[in-house]
Design a binder for this molecule. Structure first.
Ligand SMILES: *Cc1c(COP(=O)(O)O)cnc(C)c1O
Length: 359
């Protein structure tokens, strides 16, 4: 290759996203708890919608996603004109960086924040600015202290991944009030549905036009393999995101499955309740074994060990027992393991394995 050909600045600084592992050589009993997937799968209604739409694959999909946006608007009581849909919320994050970032701009993310915030900022040509957290929780004062005249976006997952911690409404409001009007606060709400009666930032968006929210069908709706997410915020922001969005970014399959799933709120409530009780059981049992576990608001827990070596040894035991969890060294949490909350049976298997290791 010619050394005169090079990508725009920042691209070569991107450390590739590493997904949760799925396979162990020679084993057919692998329990995958590395990607925060729903142990109950996806709602039957979504499967039925997929079967039906599969007959129409010769048709181009809708470009405006009106039917899906209308359904999301009805279910979450939102104006469909202020909703944008994408191939996972990852794509919405990319739209935000592409529309508002670029050379000479800065994008703030936090030390244990979701990897795609930084990756999308670099891909757009922005300089990512990492802000330290306090005890694995976002530090509002540190975020505000990192703002410069070049800051365009602040990314915050709430609940956060991989820590599972969450900022309360007062802290988020204090953050927005401290931000300049021309900086967009993005509340990444991938796990919002796991928090009972939490609006993900809707009320805040009504008050502050520079707050934007992203959501996904990958977690509680169990459709990570299909790639569907959405965002909500000021009409002006949504209009700009649509300008950088490909017209056919979602297939007929994605649109139909998501629409059926979002209308299935009984399913969502059942998954939320099941997750909450299993998460509590897992948290208590791990604490009883002497591990540090912050209160998680999502569908995973972060188990904290005395050292990096101890965490690695426990991970090796889990792996030996056919269980895959997430190592989070790349999230600056080398002494921790992130464990997705599985079914009751899955969690029993995890606890037995860790008990065996602890002995
Ligand atoms: C899983 C996750 C997402 C979801 O990504 P999709 O592209 O919607 O699958 C977004 N943000 C965070 C913090 C996540 O953990």
């Amino acid at each position: 290759m010619s050394d005169t050909i090079s990508p725009k600045p920042g691209v070569e600084k991107i450390a590739l996203y590493v997904g949760g592992e799925s396979y162990l050589d020679g084993r057919d009993d692998v329990l995958k708890l590395s990607s925060n997937e729903n142990p109950l799968g996806y709602p039957a209604s979504a499967g039925k919608a997929l079967d039906e739409v599969a007959r129409d694959l010769h048709r181009y999909p809708s470009t405006d996603h009106l039917s899906l946006r209308t359904a999301i608007g009805e279910v979450y009581d939102l104006d469909p004109d202020r909703i944008i849909c994408g191939a996972g919320s990852d794509e919405i994050i990319a739209f935000l960086c592409n529309a508002y970032g670029g050379e000479g701009t800065e994008v703030i993310h936090t030390a244990h924040g979701f990897a795609m915030h930084r990756i999308s900022a670099l891909a757009a040509g922005s300089a990512p600015v990492e802000v330290a957290e306090r005890e694995r929780t976002v530090d509002v004062d540190a975020v505000l202290g990192a703002v410069t005249p070049n800051t365009r976006l602040v990314f915050l997952a709430n609940p956060a991944n991989p820590t599972g911690t969450m900022l309360g409404g007062n802290e988020i409001t204090r953050l927005v009030e401290g931000l300049p009007d021309d900086v967009i606060l993005v509340l990444d709400g991938a796990y919002v549905e796991y928090v009972k009666d939490h609006d993900g930032g809707v009320a805040l968006i009504q008050r502050f036009p520079n707050v934007f929210m992203t959501r996904t069908f990958s977690k509680i709706y169990g459709l990570g393999g299909l790639r569907i997410g959405w965002g909500y915020g000021a009409k002006e922001i949504v209009d700009n995101l649509n300008r950088v969005r490909g017209p056919f970014n979602l297939s007929n399959l994605q649109l139909a499955a998501a629409e059926a799933a979002v209308r299935d709120q009984h399913w969502v409530a059942a998954c939320r309740a099941e997750n909450a009780s299993e998460r509590l059981r897992l948290t208590n049992a791990l604490r009883q074994m002497g591990l540090g576990v912050d209160q998680s608001e999502a569908n995973f827990v972060l188990a904290r060990f005395s050292s990096e070596d101890t965490a690695a040894a426990c991970e090796a035991q889990l792996r030996h027992d056919g269980i895959l969890v997430r190592k989070v060294g790349s999230y600056k949490l080398p002494n921790c393991l992130r464990i997705t909350v599985g079914s009751a049976k899955d969690n029993d298997r995890v606890l037995k394995s860790i008990e065996r290791w602890a002995e």
